[in-house]
Design a protein around this ligand. Structure first.
Ligand code: HEC
Ligand code: HEC
Length: 339
């Protein structure tokens, strides 16, 4: 049984440790100009907003995208679809350390959730896709994911008359082509927003939506400085940061190519081990954690963040409270998905 439960909020941060590689959001100073923690929860000071419900999505394209998201004809062996690795009833991620692609091929990196991905400033751990439509081409061509090509996918789908008609209805040019396939999938993904988490209800004034422990967790999340990276409406997804700001996270094991992160995209030395800061929305549902899937539980992941991102050893009470807070970021999936 999945816990599509909910959320928290508070006000205060004193943090200036990490450095900022890219920060389209607010600076730390802007987040909390003055220390405000006084035992009351003042949301006027919170940089966080509830997730907005999607509006005005083109219904025909969303429906077509949903169909394609579940269509195994996108894979070379007809066995896998997007949904195989992003099952909606388990938080939009596959729950494996790294994904398994066609013919049982072992992937190289942990699958993030598709829920709320529409709000990410870029897609993939290393940010190599600038939009959801651009992202969709990735798994189709990836030999350890769907292992196919646009030409093959279009040929297979074009044999399906009902599908050809659906494209004709959904797009002005009526074409069943790569651009419209990617657009339909992206349209569908824009509908996958998990609104109404306990945290969001708390932000909207329902002060009973969070327990004392959950509120304490949110306060510590801000005081310790987690919020300086995991910020904005997604608690993440709006900047790149190095994994290992305060220590060498990778020293304990052999490096993989995936560990190089954004360096694989830019080739710049300063981008080694730099990743998109992941969203923490629904994070309680998407274990295991980190790009390498190395943390099995939130209680494992939180102290790693304390040590390598903040240079702090977190107390058992902080870990417990922050974990309780992170559980409140679980929202409700759009209609039709049964937890
Ligand atoms: C074999 C498993 C697999 C399949 C099939 C698959 N994905 Fe993924 N998906 C992944 C993995 C692994 C990543 C992370 C890859 C990376 O960051 O380098 C990912 C990343 C993503 C992201 C980026 C999320 C973020 O937070 O950056 C989106 C969006 C996404 N996939 C959507 C799709 C769509 C749409 C399809 C079908 C066209 C699809 N996936 C098929 C495993 C899969
Ligand atoms: C300096 C920026 C920074 C700070 C500060 C920071 N994080 Fe992170 N966080 C990241 C990055 C980058 C990743 C992705 C690391 C990876 O897997 O490569 C991450 C990953 C995570 C994940 C795993 C998410 C997933 O889906 O795999 C959790 C949970 C998390 N952070 C919680 C926290 C908590 C709690 C704190 C405060 C104790 C914190 N973070 C502080 C940058 C930061």
């Amino acid at each position: 049984m999945m816990r599509w439960l909910g959320g928290v909020a508070l006000g205060c941060v004193v943090f200036a440790g990490a450095y900022w590689l890219a920060m389209p959001g607010k600076s730390v100073a802007q987040l909390d100009p003055i220390e405000t923690l006084s035992g009351t929860l003042d949301e006027s000071l919170s940089p966080t907003r509830p997730l907005p419900a999607p509006v005005n999505l083109p219904a025909a394209r969303v429906a077509l995208g949903e169909q394609l998201f579940k269509d195994v004809r996108l894979s070379a062996d007809g066995q896998l679809a997007c949904v195989s690795c992003h099952p909606l009833e388990r938080g939009g991620a596959d729950g494996q350390r790294v994904s398994t692609g066609i013919n049982g091929a072992q992937g190289t990196i942990n699958a993030p959730t598709v829920f709320n991905a529409a709000f990410n400033f870029v897609q993939f751990w290393d940010g190599r896709a600038g939009s959801l439509a651009e992202q969709a081409a990735g798994p189709i061509h990836n030999p350890v994911e769907l292992g196919s090509s646009w030409a093959d996918v279009i040929a297979r789908l074009s044999a399906d008359e009902a599908l050809v008609r659906a494209f004709r209805n959904a797009y002005p040019d009526g074409a069943l082509n790569a651009k419209n396939i990617a657009d339909a999938i992206a349209s569908y993904e824009r509908s996958l927003i998990t609104v109404d988490s306990p945290f969001d209800r708390f932000l909207q004034g329902d002060k009973a939506a969070l327990s004392e422990l959950e509120q304490e967790g949110y306060r510590r999340f801000r005081e310790l400085g987690c919020i300086s990276c995991h910020q904005g409406v997604l608690f993440g997804g709006n900047m790149f940061q190095k994994f290992g700001v305060m220590g060498d996270y990778f020293a304990r094991r052999p490096l993989s190519k995936a560990d190089l992160g954004r360096y694989n995209v830019t080739g710049r030395d300063e981008d080694r081990h730099v990743f998109k800061v992941p969203s923490l929305r629904n994070v309680a549902l998407t274990a295991p954690y980190f790009h390498d899937g190395s943390a099995a539980t939130l209680e494992d992941a939180i102290p790693v963040m304390g040590r390598y991102q903040l240079g702090r050893e977190l107390s058992p009470q902080d870990i417990k409270a922050i974990s309780a807070f992170l559980h409140t970021l679980t929202g409700k999936p759009p209609g039709g998905v049964q937890p």
